[in-house]
Design a protein around this ligand. Sequence first.
Ligand code: ME8
Length: 499
Amino acid sequence: MSYYLTTAISYPNGKPHIGHAYEAISADVMARFKRAQGEDVYFQTGTDEHGLKMAQTARELGKTPAELASEMSQLFIDMCDTLGVTYDRFIRTTDEDHHNASKAIWQAMEANGDLYLGRYEGWYSVRDEAFYDEKELTQGEGGEKLSPEGTPVEWTVEETWFFKLSAYQQPLLDHIAANPDFIQPDSRRNEVMRFIEGGLRDLSVSRTSFDWGVQVPGSPDHVMYVWVDALTNYITGVGYPDGGATWNRYWPADVHLIGKDIIRFHAVYWPAFLMSAGIALPKQVYAHGHLLGEGGVKMSKSLGNVVDPQVMVERYGVDALRYFLLREVTYGQDGAVGEEALVTRVNAELANSFGNLAQRTLSMIHKNCDGVIPAAGNLSEDKALLDDVTTSSTEKLPAAFDRWAFSQGIEAWMNAVYACNAYVDAMAPWALKKTDPDRMAEVLGTLAAALKPLAQAILPVVPTGAQSILDQLGQGEGQAIDKPTPAFPRLELAAEDGE
Ligand code: ME8
């Protein structure tokens, strides 16, 4: 079966932060997990390079928007490489095929009679690249008007093309009601339905006050509203508008993975554009939560608590960061992350439990069994352990990952690791060495047999360490092994201030 998974495409107006890493890692874990299950995966990520925010940032830095976009986009590509993110395409909205696709969807919406010229007068947030109704605004501490996301808004008056979003109010509600999985988690679906029921107004979809964007076909003074072209990236990447084999194979997408702040664009505007253009809707929009700084405060440049994923990887390694982010926070909810929590979690679970299990099993085999992996035992406790490990690794973890419940899946897997460690302690193979070497060999063989499914199950999350264990196990029973090397070293908390 084919499985098309996308992430949001990030604004490259600054360096990638830990929130970007979180989304890329979780999508990558899903992509690796689905591939391991035999699915034909297409995984796309990229950068969202047009719009006023990019144009303004470039001006402040004395660069052209194209220069800024290219420089910064490279940092997002580098981040993916550092984190082991196995995307199939990294799309940039400045790519030529993307301009073609954006023009094509525009023309399809126009042909359907959904675009008309008018004048927009209302509020706009450059930071969110979003139009807001007066009734949605809140007041800041100084009495200034703020968007629902807490960002500044400005009064905007402009000649613009409008999209007849109001015509899609009922079709959208019908679609959401008929497809309960379309918006996940459930709490997000309720939020979107309330927003739609509140009444949809036609949407301004072009801008005339700047020119950094995709030109509107037939209206050289207009560039498309950045979200029109940004959302279109999802179909550009699989061959719209030409169609063909890739298109037939992967569209509609299985999941658009996004953060909770951009649900409205993905679950209201995007399906309406697609309906208008006569294109099938994605099967699911899944909104993850946001990572917060230590103490649960929002990360922001002004607070100086923005976590740099590159620094985390330099300090603690890729596996540790990937494991921590998926394990620590219940997926779909917000969660606080910090270095102390990372070190505690990774040391307790990866280093002391799983890593140590692998290391002591392989060391004992190397020293005491002529360096060859023995056969597993047949006693009831041996079979019970292997049953437990198999169920956790091939049923519980996959069932949880299938519904984006990463932490729960890893927890089920961890319980099987704990069971293995309890088995080692109860069987005490070091004591059997003297009293019953045959039984010692069975115990070590049972543990080696348990390690394989455990390592395979966790491979999408910690690809480097888990692969190292699988490599060291080789063929399993009968395999001659080398002196083992630890797959998950213990971490030390890095000194303050990045020393
Ligand atoms: O929104 N924790 O780009 P972006 C977790 N270009 N995720 C976070 C986060 C945090 N603290 N902060 C941001 C855009 N994100 C648009 C998307 S898609 C057609 C266009 C997530 O760079 C955020 O929720 O502001 C979004 O999914 C992604 O990072 C990119 O955010």
